[in-house]
Ligand binder design. Structure first.
Ligand SMILES: Cc1ncc(COP(=O)(O)O)c(C=O)c1O
Length: 382
């Protein structure tokens, strides 16, 4: 029997990190507040500025990303916003890959445009085109390691060298590749960001992002920007993400294995006019992918149905075990339709340029037994 009713843990500690589901902390006096705010003493005041679950998660993610620090944000888009707001001034330009998640393009073109920041888009698989565009003195170059949706792979090390020769920062969205397959900071990136919502949290029950970097001066700037613009994370999502981290590598490796097998199987099915997966020799970046990805080619793949939109709808109805669920990184396999979801607001000409047709299906491949995925996919294709 316990001698007291107090919730003391005595000499024991929880095995699992506690969830600090509190938006505010109590302080013993004004001096304690000053010590935290002015002298960086340990402690917390208000969760939008900092909270223990985000701090822990940021440190764990920094380690995985080979970065000096990591700041967790309320979403992947918040992570991109934090980097832009912390680094770019009115009147400056940015340079971005011409193959990016649709909302990122909207953020650059529509939102940054309103604040007097112009974005130029360039084919980041064409290094001489990148070099030419860098002569316009952009503040930064933004790329996705593996692009959404067609898993085009870029040469981060070469892009980092080019960007730095022109005094531009390299910012990498590593969401599709994950830090399991590649660590952009090791290749010279200045910032890496991830949508933790996806493979890293891994269970489709969290919306979070992270910004990681090496420049010690940028850490307080990103923290300040995150607090002032309201980009902060919530404790429970951080706690869930920390749980997901424990299996990140296992899940990613298993999903990559399934994806590679599935891509090869899909390429032989009638009604499938094209498969996009970097392990395949017919993928435009196959050689580069072999060089830059470590131990797998990703959990994302795309395939095209020759019957267009109607064929996609038929597939969705016939294969309920592969739910139409427009996100990625779930434990089990899900599908999305870039033309009406992630790239909905791209113009028809832009979709055509990128190869995002009405018949294109994007798969986020899960870790269930391969035969289970194949059986369900076969139902969709009949
Ligand atoms: C490549 C990529 N980057 C960023 C994001 C944005 O992440 P979030 O939805 O967590 O804001 C997404 C979302 O789908 C994405 O696919």
């Amino acid at each position: 029997m316990s001698k007291s009713n107090k919730a003391s843990l005595g000499s024991t500690k929880p095995l699992v990190v506690p969830l600090y589901q509190s938006s505010v902390y109590t302080l013993p006096d004004l001096d304690a507040l000053d010590a935290i705010m002015n002298d960086g003493e340990p402690g917390y005041i208000y969760a939008r500025d900092a909270h223990p679950n985000a701090r822990r998660l940021g440190a764990l993610l920094a380690q995985i990303e080979s970065a000096q620090w990591g700041v967790v944000t309320g979403s992947g888009m918040a992570a991109i916003s934090a980097i832009l707001l912390a680094t770019v001034q009115q009147g400056q330009r940015i340079l971005a890959s011409n193959r990016l998640y649709g909302r990122t393009v909207q953020l650059f073109t529509e939102e940054l445009g309103r604040f007097g920041v112009a974005t130029e888009y360039v084919d980041c698989n064409d290094l001489s085109a990148v070099e030419t565009s860098l002569q316009n003195n952009p503040r930064l170059l933004f790329v996705e390691t593996m692009s959404n949706p067609l898993v085009r792979v870029v040469d981060i090390a070469a892009l980092a060298n080019l960007a730095h020769e022109h005094d531009a920062l390299l910012v990498v969205d590593n969401t599709f590749a994950t830090p399991v397959l590649t660590r952009p900071m090791d290749l010279g990136a200045d910032f890496v960001m991830e949508s933790l919502t996806k493979m890293i949290a891994g269970h489709s029950d969290v919306t979070l992002g992270v910004v990681a970097g090496n420049d010690a001066d940028m850490l307080p700037t990103i923290n300040r920007t995150s607090s002032i613009w309201g980009l902060a994370s919530n404790p429970f999502d951080c706690w869930l993400t920390e749980r997901g981290l424990g299996t990140l590598e296992l899940r990613t490796r298993a999903a990559c294995k399934n994806a590679e097998q599935l891509a090869n199987w899909l390429a032989e099915q009638s009604g499938v006019s094209r498969v996009w997966y970097p392990s395949r020799e017919d993928h435009p970046d196959h050689e580069l992918a072999k060089r830059v990805l470590d131990g797998g080619f990703g959990h994302m793949l795309c395939f095209e149905l020759s019957g267009g939109r109607d064929a996609v709808n038929r597939f969705i109805h016939a294969a309920p075990g592969i739910p139409f669920s427009p996100s990625l990184g779930h434990v089990t396999t899900t599908l999305s339709h870039p033309a009406t979801t992630s790239h909905r607001y791209a113009s028809p000409a832009e979709k055509k340029r990128q190869g995002i047709s009405d018949g294109l299906i994007r798969l986020s491949v899960g870790v269930e037994p391969f035969e289970q995925i194949q059986e369900e996919m076969a139902k969709g294709l009949t």
